[in-house]
Design a protein around this ligand. Structure first.
Ligand code: ADP
Ligand code: ZN
Length: 287
């Protein structure tokens, strides 16, 4: 008889991580490879699992947008993703066909990362938290009163409107809205505005004051709406030196004494690059 596997799958804009492990988030073995078309990307995952046993439970942490309401007719279908090959693709139909014995749970990559941080990371023991990633895009996972938030679709906080930094007339890079939060503060926005990728900009470059201003604006708005107990800031851009301190300073100005020091709510992720795949495994625990 083949071995029963608890599996995790993290589908990222550029890379995919496939894993086996435990429902408590322990990764026993994982494999990383580039994300291409849905059929090709998922076939690699299925072959990888088949060599190891039979998947009985699969947690998927994916980029979006995709429908996550289980009662929706298009549950598990990708919507207006800029990754055109994935638009309209149904994860539910695919896995019903190729892994019919697996119990499937699907989440956004950011909600899964937040779940991991809630269970064993920087938001352990809390019921209200936000996980913001600032990288190729801006995205947030939200947990309110112990439940990951989906709503009609799922939060798409990267498309918040943010007041402009005085003197900044950069048009923004969001193909839908131009200068939404992601449009002015994502990695590609920084690169287009300043002519250098974020990780090559020196610590004292004016880009970082502006970046801290924009991230503080969005986080401040998120705080007013959700009242989180922690706001975890991850993603490639968040690794810039002194960025957390600068954001805290801007939030203090915005708050103007109204909220107790918002800076203490801000935290780097504890699980780093592993949060997504750990979260994917943990999804199997909520069955
Ligand atoms: P993805 O969004 O594809 O998951 P990342 O979260 O790594 O990938 O985000 C990539 C962006 O992060 C790029 O714009 C890159 O310039 C920026 N970045 C990566 N590392 C750093 C760093 N140490 N400091 C500042 N920016 C960084
Ligand atoms: Zn937008």
């Amino acid at each position: 008889m083949s071995r029963a596997l608890i599996a995790g799958l993290e589908l990222g804009g550029t890379k995919t991580v496939v894993a086996i492990g435990d429902r408590d988030g322990t990764v026993a073995e994982e494999f990383r490879y580039p994300t291409t078309t849905p059929e090709e990307t998922l076939a690699i995952a299925i072959d990888w699992w088949r060599e190891r046993g039979e998947v009985v439970a699969l947690g998927i942490a994916s980029f979006g947008p995709l429908r996550l309401r289980r009662d929706a007719v298009d549950y598990g279908v990708y919507l207006t993703t800029p990754k055109l090959a994935w638009q309209g693709f149904s994860l539910v139909d695919f896995f019903a066909k190729y892994l019919p014995s697996a119990k499937l749970t699907i989440e956004t990559d950011v909600n899964a990362a937040l779940l991991a941080e809630l269970k064993i990371g920087a938001a352990q023991g809390l019921k209200n938290a936000l996980y913001l990633t600032v990288g190729t895009g801006i995205g947030a996972g939200v947990c309110c009163e112990g439940r990951l938030v989906h709503g009609m679709l799922h939060p798409e906080m990267g498309h918040l409107r943010v007041p402009r930094f005085v003197g900044d007339d950069f048009a923004g890079v969001c193909p839908f809205h131009g200068d939404c939060w992601e449009g002015v503060a994502s990695g590609p926005a920084i690169e287009k505005r300043w002519g250098l990728p974020a990780h090559l900009l020196p610590e004292d470059h004016p880009a970082w004051e502006m970046e801290a201003y924009y991230l503080a604006q969005g986080l401040f708005s998120a705080n007013t709406i959700l009242s989180p107990e922690r706001m975890i800031l991850g993603g490639g851009v968040s690794q810039a030196p002194l960025l957390h301190e600068r954001i805290s300073e801007h939030m203090r100005h915005l708050s103007n004494g109204y909220f107790p020091d918002l800076g203490v709510l801000l935290s780097p992720p504890l699980l780093g690059q592993q949060a997504g795949i750990i979260g994917a495994l943990l999804l199997n625990d909520t069955l």
